[in-house]
Write a protein that binds this ligand. Structure first.
Ligand code: GTB
Length: 210
């Protein structure tokens, strides 16, 4: 029996990074899919610590907040760096990913038709920070921090994959980020996960926009 359960709507949304992490680490998990109708009845919402999903069960504990879940998994599976300052740098990068994810979510759920053009026009100003930071670690040939993959890498790659759907050319001027996405998504277990029906058939977002 898998020890982990992801409790979420039938979307990639805020859970695909943790799914990628688990798949890459060779860890099984269960999906407890909550329909929008069931959520609307209010019982699950009332139980959730902040009234929102995802939730994540690990044995006796149930966690909420997607980034807390990623960090929990990172601590358990050695995805928080190795050197003394690594964890702080990984946190910093993950916070940067969260800032961009929030902008993306606002576009998708609140301003898609009117905002898409401007969002894509301004995207290089967001992506350049990640390109530069990546370039400072091993010439951009590895991961965000240190020599091994961290939870922030899964989170960033997931968000970049969403952006490649929104704006297929968005990485054209970012050679290091392009190669990084290619490198991470070519890891055999990630490649298998991304090729699975479970991933491909799951919508990116809950409103059909992407
Ligand atoms: N800070 C929290 C985190 O990181 O976990 C934010 C969680 C959050 O925004 N959760 C949203 C939620 O629970 C779902 S993610 N919304 C319901 C509510 O607030 O009552 C975005 C989302 C929206 C809609 C769908 N959908 O319709 O299927 C799926 C996902």
């Amino acid at each position: 029996m898998p020890e982990y359960t992801i409790i979420y709507f039938n979307v990639r949304g805020r859970c695909e990074a943790m799914r990628m992490l688990l798949a890459d680490q060779g860890v099984e998990w269960k999906e407890d899919v909550i329909s929008v109708e069931a959520w609307g009845q209010g019982n699950q919402k009332a139980k959730a610590v902040f009234g929102q999903l995802p939730g994540f069960k690990d044995g006796d504990i149930v966690l909420y907040q997607s980034n807390a879940i990623l960090r929990h998994l990172a601590r358990k599976h050695g995805l928080y760096g190795k050197q003394p300052n690594d964890a702080s740098l990984i946190d910093m990068m993950n916070d940067g990913v969260e800032d961009l994810r929030l902008k993306y979510i606002r576009l998708i759920y609140q301003n898609y038709e009117e905002g898409k053009g401007t969002y894509i026009k301004n995207l290089p100003d967001e992506l350049k920070h990640f390109e530069r930071f990546l370039s400072e670690n091993n010439g951009g040939k590895g991961f965000l921090v240190g020599e091994e993959i961290s939870f922030a890498d899964y989170n960033l790659v997931d968000l970049l994959l969403n952006h490649l759907v929104l704006a297929p050319e968005c990485l054209a001027d970012f050679p290091l980020l392009s190669a990084y996405v290619e490198r991470v998504t070519s890891r055999p277990k990630i490649q298998a996960f991304l090729s699975s029906d479970a991933h491909k058939k799951r919508p990116i977002n809950g409103n059909g926009k992407q």
